[in-house]
Design a binder for this molecule. Structure first.
Ligand code: ADP
Ligand code: MG
Length: 380
């Protein structure tokens, strides 16, 4: 067990890293953050910010010497970086688990091999693959295998011809082509797994997206108890098969009442932010606990919750750049506002979120949607 006041290492300095630093500090740990960005939200509040690339081996040596254990908040940290660090200190999750989640071909193949439910797909390494795949995959979504996020690196393709054009636009990057499913709705499960294989799932949330980016998470999901339980069971099986240690997020589609795994994130997940305000233990404290070999905390929700993302679009009134009117949100007593301390707002950039909590899910949903409209978020 790694106990306070030990120093923990974090690869990545975004908002997920920042919440990890806050959770670790609360528990009496110190945190060093490695991130190339001078203005990284986590770097700004860390005990030490190593401003360096993820492949800077001198910086990795410094991190390994200074830290008792290392984790990540960013799934695109090169697996070689995690492997290298693991020679010197415990690294959780493992390079192998992260490698599966950071490549859509590996991810989908992993689901297939382990008999976990997923939608029809094909791995696309070249034009020939596109010429050979079955017509049942159209209309489909072509997604680059690596480095896609928030709907980036994706194209809806209605035919083989359109898929060939989209593939050329992705400059021959390896891709997956997924059948476009008719979605009833989307859910996600955030869980933590410790080194002894014990799993704590947070309650299943229901997610809606706007322009490919998470917009609202509702907890508990307005799904049948069956769907919620099955999602938690499948997510736990995924963590087990990956021998995962830490906090992870699993996204699901529900289509014609059936669950399909969409993707896994080897880190805390945006849809798990509600746990900060509605659960006995939050997803970042679980990450600290799993990393340090402590028993996991209780993941039970003590409140119903609705989380709403605050994107950079809110800072723009036409062409004018201005701070949103936060007083509209701070006036609401059961609303918790979280801003990530990012330097500059760009459209689509995640700048913060808020969570409304309460006893009655219906009232919480109504209050959150009213607050969302009051701060100026418009539906598409
Ligand atoms: P990202 O890494 O950007 O989150 P996702 O694969 O989760 O990428 O896709 C983003 C969103 O696009 C999903 O949450 C869903 O709303 C929609 N989507 C993605 N794949 C499919 C699909 N096969 N069928 C229907 N909708 C999809
Ligand atoms: Mg996604």
């Amino acid at each position: 067990m790694i106990l306070p006041p030990a120093t923990l290492g974090m690869l990545g300095g975004g908002q997920l890293g920042r919440f990890f630093v806050a959770a670790a500090h609360e528990m009496g740990y110190q945190v060093w953050v490695l991130d190339p960005d001078t203005n990284s939200p986590a770097g700004k509040i860390a005990d030490h910010h190593l401003q360096a690339a993820y492949t800077d081996f001198a910086a990795l040596d410094t991190l390994a010497e200074g830290c008792a254990a290392i984790t990540t908040e960013f799934e695109n940290v090169p697996a070689q970086t995690l492997e290298y660090l693991a020679k010197f200190v415990p690294v959780r999750p493992s390079a192998a688990a992260v490698a599966v989640c950071q490549n859509r071909i590996h991810e989908k193949t992993f689901l297939q091999v382990n008999g976990l439910p997923h939608g029809p797909f094909a791995a696309i390494a070249g034009e020939d693959d596109l010429r050979e795949i079955g017509a049942h995959l159209f209309p489909g979504i072509l997604k680059v295998a690596r480095f896609g996020y928030d709907g980036k690196g994706q194209a809806v393709v209605n035919s083989r011809e359109e898929a060939l054009v989209a593939f050329a636009n992705f400059k021959g990057e390896h891709c997956v082509l997924e059948q476009k499913l008719a979605l009833d709705y989307e859910v996600s499960v955030v869980l933590a797994r410790d080194e002894n294989g014990r799993v704590q799932c947070f309650p299943t949330g229901e997610n809606s997206h706007m322009r490919g980016i998470l917009d609202v998470s509702i907890v508990p999901a307005r799904a049948s108890g069956c769907v919620r339980n099955d999602a938690e069971e499948i997510a736990a099986r995924i963590a087990e098969k990956l021998d995962y240690i830490g906090t992870m997020g699993v996204e699901f589609f529900v289509s014609r009442g059936q669950l399909y795994v969409n993707e896994m994130a080897p880190r805390p997940h945006n849809s798990g932010h509600y746990t900060l305000d509605a659960c006995v233990t939050d997803q970042f404290e679980q990450q600290v606990r799993a990393l340090c070999g402590l028993p996991l905390g209780e993941s039970r929700a003590h409140s119903a919750a609705v989380m709403v993302n605050l994107l950079g679009d809110l800072w723009y009134e036409g062409d004018r750049y201005r701070e949103p009117d936060w007083a509209k949100l701070t006036a609401i007593p059961n609303l918790k506002l979280h801003l990530y301390g990012k330097h500059h707002a760009r459209p689509g950039r995640k700048m913060g979120h808020f969570t409304v909590v309460g006893d009655d899910p219906i009232q919480v949903q109504a209050a959150a949607m009213a607050a969302r409209a009051a701060i100026g978020i418009k539906d598409e």
